[in-house]
Design a protein around this ligand. Structure first.
Ligand SMILES: [Zn+2]
Length: 232
């Protein structure tokens, strides 16, 4: 990886720390150290992309071809801390960093073969304004840096703010998110293989809703990739 002159200078003045273990990062590491990255509990779903517990969530619900996540999401784990910091600690750089590392692993496994473009799951305008960035878009940006695949951040739009997901039961969540996405700027997307990207997949409701909207574009194929997957 290329390390800029200024990164080296800043490193001397103010050493950066790993978001998980707090150890000082080397100049080539950006948000988390390679040791913490290696210890995230892998799903390995990229090796069985058409039939795994995550892919099965979409069966009968949404036209999703392949599904994979980098690691299993477990409450109070190191991975959970990483996702929390990415979303709530004003650390968009975590998304880009782990997006790059995830893309390397997925590419080696052939998971990104034939993919034409990346579409991040959008936040509501209000939420994005509060946070200052969309974490899924930052992950997509990291994938772009490794693969060169274009990011279509405006392909989907989130209509309005909705009730918190955590207070709803699973079937309610499915209904709750079904109506909140709409197609945005979908130019040049006909017949393409779209990689839908999000931070965490739990019920699959959000990704299903997005996939169904994207499926209104003629002849598209849709696969999904998330940082983490919550085993039920
Ligand atoms: Zn670490």
């Amino acid at each position: 990886m290329k390390t800029s002159f200024w990164t080296r200078i800043l490193d001397l003045i103010s050493p950066r720390q790993c978001v998980i273990c707090g150890e000082r990062l080397s100049v080539t590491e950006r948000a988390l150290c390679s040791s913490c990255y290696l210890h995230l509990p892998r799903t390995s779903y990229q090796f069985t992309p058409y039939d795994n517990p995550m892919a099965q969530l979409f069966w009968g619900l949404a036209p999703v071809s392949r599904a994979a996540a980098l690691f299993f999401y477990e409450p109070h784990s190191e991975g959970a801390q990483l996702v929390y910091d990415l979303k709530y600690a004003d650390r968009p750089d975590i998304g880009e960093d782990i997006g790059r590392m995830m893309a390397e692993e997925m590419r080696v496994a052939g998971y990104l073969d034939e993919v034409d473009m990346i579409v991040p799951v959008p936040l509501s305008p209000k939420r994005q304004q509060q946070r200052g960035y969309n974490q899924s878009e930052r992950i997509a940006q990291g994938i772009h840096e490794v693969t060169g695949l274009p990011v279509y951040a405006k392909a989907l739009r989130r209509k309005h703010f909705h009730q918190s997901q955590t207070t709803l039961m699973r079937h309610q969540r499915q209904e709750n998110v079904a109506e909140i996405f709409k197609l945005g700027d979908a130019k040049d997307m006909e017949g393409k293989h779209i990689l839908l990207v999000d931070d965490v997949c739990t019920t699959g409701a959000t990704l299903s809703a997005c996939a169904r909207i994207l499926d209104s574009i003629p002849r598209v194929r849709i696969s999904v990739l998330t940082l983490a997957f919550t085993k039920s």
